[in-house]
Design a protein. Sequence first.
Length: 156
Amino acid sequence: MSTFRPARHEAWLWLIAASSWMALIFWLSSGTIDSPLPRHRWSSFVSNCAHFPLYGVLASCWRLFFVATDSIRGSRATLIAIAIAALYGVSDEVHQSFVPGRSASVYDVMTDLGGAAFGVLLTERWRPGRARLSGWAWLGGAIGLLGAALDTWGAR
């Protein structure tokens, strides 16, 4: 069984998807958080975990773009897609440091990286009818959840 490979003519759709997803992340991080109600720790944890799927989808879109264009292949496409998502996560945290009511967090970047790794490795290992995840994908998931937990309850 081969991994999922988008058709070459779909490449521009993956590029548009990746760019649009980056714009969505930027828009979501531009809002201030000013609730009159105190936030419970679990709601903060769920909010911090939102980074995980956002960056998983972003890295997956970039990987599928590279695979569809045949510009970068194999594990290089995976690593570059994870790197793009992680660097965008860093730039997003810098952006948030300038938004009133928001702050930058290294733990958010950790969650972004974990989500990117998990998401892109899921698309890399996808088989029709089932998904087999490698140990690296589970490690990415663990890093992402650890980052969200540390951001919520941890070392501040």
